[in-house]
Structures are given as structure tokens and as C-alpha cells.
Design a protein around this ligand. Structure first.
Ligand code: HEM
Length: 197
């Protein structure tokens, strides 16, 4: 379950979230409508449950996997071994990033002001507060790697891809997905940064 939930719904939700955020290129009203507004309070609640519950379960599962792993990348300098270690390092980064992101962008504004984070606030922070910009750049780098490489290990682990040739193709698809996710993430960050000038 920890593995499956990471792909559906968590991975799908993450890609949809990045896609919606691309509305930042179309300005305040489009971004606010696509990212922060819900037609009904129940829609907000349902969307939060679909994202946060699997995230919580996957995180508990992931911490268990972290505790039971012992990387030996320095002894065995294989490419696959490096990816194994990076998957675990990115998991720790993603955990810290999502903790800050969910609190500051989702929960804190709603609890303190009763409304979602306004466009003016996030764009201002992105442009004028260097730690915010750095955390988003590094956090989304971690998410992009963790999700792309995670889909790779998922397809191998569940026996969806197994032949040598298919695994080679999967390697290229994984790198392409990583670059697409990173391009989307950093594109959104650029649009928010630019709007905050
Ligand atoms: C946006 C959030 C996240 C997404 C989309 C995501 C996605 C994934 C995917 C698809 C996998 C591969 C599963 C498999 O190989 O069967 C994975 C593995 C893993 N995830 Fe996450 N994850 C997220 C957040 C986290 C967090 C917060 C942690 C915290 C510890 C974490 C820890 C791990 C670990 C340790 C693995 C490697 C498991 C293994 O290969 O044994 N993940 N993740």
C-alpha cells in the first residue's frame, strides 16, 4: 500500500498540482482560480483528504524503509546504487519541504485569515525573501527526482517492466519525466518570482 499509494493518487495529484500551478503564467485571477479556489467547501475537504491521507501513509511507510536501509554507495560506486541513495536523501528533503509547504501555503493562511494564500503574498515572498525562493527551488528539485525515480522503482518492483531492453527504455523515460517535472516546477517558480517584482 505504501508503494501503490505513492503513485495513485499521490503521484497523479502531484503532477496535477504542478499543472494547475502553471496558471501562474496567466496572472493572478487564473492562478487563484486554478490553485486555491474550490467550488464547494466539501470539494476542498475531499481534495485535501485525497492528497494528505496517502501522503501520511506513504511517509510512515517511507520512514520505515529509511530506517531499514543502509546505503553503501561509497563502497560500490554503481549508477543504480547512487540512485538508491538519492531516492532516500530526496525523501528526507521532500519530507522537510512538504512540512513547510503544507503549513505555510495551505494551513496557516486558512487558520489565521480564513482564506487561502493570496497571489500577492506568494509572489511577494518569492521575489523578496531569498530563503522562500531557495526552499521552493530545492524542494521541487527533490520532489521531481523522488517522483520520477520512484515511478522507475515502482514499475520494476511491481513487475510491470522486467526485460533488459524495456529497462533501458524506462531509464530514458525516467530522465525525461524528471526533466519535465523540474521544468514545470521551476517554470512556475519563475512566473511567481517575476510577478512579485
Ligand atoms: C509528493 C510526495 C511524494 C511522492 C509523490 C512520492 C512518491 C514515491 C514513489 C512513486 C516511490 C516509489 C515506490 C516504489 O518503489 O514502490 C517512492 C519511494 C519512496 N518514498 Fe516517496 N513520495 C513522496 C513523499 C515521500 C516522503 C515525505 C517520504 C518520507 C520519508 C518518502 C519516502 C520514500 C522512500 C524511503 C522511498 C523508497 C522506498 C524503497 O525503495 O524502498 N516519500 N516515493
Amino acid at each position: 500500500m505504501g508503494s501503490l499509494l505513492a503513485v495513485v493518487p499521490l503521484g497523479v495529484w502531484t503532477i496535477a498540482h504542478l499543472w494547475h500551478n502553471l496558471s501562474a503564467f496567466r496572472g493572478a485571477a487564473a492562478w487563484q482560480a486554478d490553485v486555491t479556489e474550490y467550488s464547494h467547501p466539501i470539494a476542498f475537504f475531499a481534495s485535501s483528504v485525497v492528497a494528505l491521507l496517502p501522503l501520511g501513509l506513504h511517509t510512515v511507510w517511507g520512514i520505515g524503509r529509511l530506517a531499514s536501509s543502509s546505503p553503501n554507495t561509497l563502497r560500490y560506486r554503481f549508477y543504480g546504487n547512487l540512485k538508491y541513495t538519492l531516492q532516500r536523501l530526496s525523501a528526507i528533503g521532500v519530507l522537510l519541504f512538504l512540512g513547510a509547504h503544507i503549513w505555510l501555503a495551505m494551513l496557516h493562511p486558512r487558520i489565521t485569515t480564513g482564506r487561502p494564500e493570496p497571489w500577492a503574498d506568494i509572489t511577494h515572498e518569492m521575489h523578496h525573501h531569498l530563503p522562500t525562493l531557495a526552499v521552493y527551488i530545492l524542494g521541487t528539485l527533490g520532489v521531481s527526482y523522488h517522483l520520477a525515480n520512484g515511478l522507475h522503482t515502482f514499475t520494476m518492483g511491481w513487475g510491470i517492466v522486467s526485460s533488459r531492453r524495456a529497462l533501458q527504455r524506462l531509464e530514458f523515460a525516467t530522465i525525461a519525466l524528471f526533466l519535465v517535472l523540474l521544468g514545470m516546477s521551476w517554470g512556475v517558480i519563475y512566473a511567481l518570482w517575476d510577478a512579485g517584482a
